[in-house]
Design a protein around this ligand. Structure first.
Ligand code: ADP
Ligand code: MG
Length: 272
């Protein structure tokens, strides 16, 4: 399968952290929306069998006729799984519970780690250009074969870390997995950055966590910190990204800053 030259290929970023509840899905939805608002063509791939990104974008079960399961396990082309969202330039590949059976179903496939990479590449083949500038992959809270597929397909990993006492716990396991994928499946894989989420300025612990994480991970940590914000947590129950639900809230504004920071980092990477 041919590879597009870098300037025509989409940037594929996997949101990964095997801990649940750290803000992967919230970041996928709102960073995706913010990137689309800035003018990028964005695809969010829901790879969590829970389907929270799909629900949070207002896509109901009955609309998920062709899902990420069909792409990864069946041979459905991505083009058949693409769903438009309420956000211009933002598309979704939805997920369903079927995806939880992936591990067993594709265990015997030779290309089991490359199912997603191959599907993404095939999407660009008809025209020789990608229909997307960014593909954000919302990973499940586990380092299973689904996450391995995401890491094998990605250019870089974006790690959401919750500002809580155990923030760094489990991170070494994640970094070890990234390193293994780099040496075996995907030599170009990098850590794009670490985004601190659910920051609470009134809580001393939050400030301490930010300090510790910055000391430990240095420049890999984005400047932008996502605050804990009720509006952000309410938005999914309306099937809307926070940016559509309340553009002015501190959470939405932080995701817009994160999007510009990511685009800036991308420019620097491409210029390097
Ligand atoms: P993950 O995908 O890593 O499991 P989620 O994005 O689903 O994590 O977030 C876990 C919970 O925390 C959800 O209920 C979500 O609404 C809430 N949440 C995430 N980010 C914020 C935030 N910035 N402010 C308030 N609540 C948040
Ligand atoms: Mg999630």
């Amino acid at each position: 399968m041919s590879e597009l030259p870098p300037h025509l290929a989409p940037r594929v970023l996997a949101l990964a952290n095997q801990k649940g509840g750290v803000g992967k899905t919230t970041t996928a939805i709102n960073l995706g929306t913010a990137l689309a608002a800035i003018g990028e063509r964005v695809l969010i791939m829901d790879l969590d069998p829970q389907g929270n990104a799909s629900t949070g974008l207002g896509i109901e079960q009955r609309e998920r006729r062709v899902s990420s399961y069909d792409v990864l396990v069946g041979d459905a082309p991505m083009s058949e799984a693409l769903l438009p969202t309420a956000v211009p330039r933002l598309s979704l590949v939805a997920s369903t519970m079927d995806l939880s059976g992936l591990e067993l179903e594709i265990a015997g496939f030779k290309d089991r780690a490359f199912r997603l990479r191959n599907a993404i590449r095939a999407m660009s083949e008809p025209t020789g250009t990608s229909p997307f500038d960014y593909i954000l992959i919302d990973c499940p809270p586990s380092l299973n074969l689904i996450t391995i597929n995401a890491m094998a397909a990605a250019n870089a990993i974006l790690v959401p870390l919750q500002c809580e006492f155990f923030a760094l716990e489990g991170l070494s396991q994640l970094l070890k997995t990234v390193e293994q994928v780099r040496t075996t499946l995907n030599p170009q894989l990098t850590i794009h950055g670490v985004v601190l989420t659910m920051f609470d300025a009134r809580n001393n612990l939050s400030n301490q966590v930010v300090e510790d994480v910055r000391q430990f991970l240095g420049a890999k940590v984005y400047e932008t910190i996502i605050p804990r914000n009720v509006r952000v947590s309410e938005a999914p129950s309306y099937g809307k990204p926070a940016l559509l639900y309340d553009l002015k809230c501190t959470g939405s504004q932080a995701y817009i800053r994160l999007a510009s920071e990511i685009i800036q980092r991308e420019r620097e990477l491409r210029a390097a």
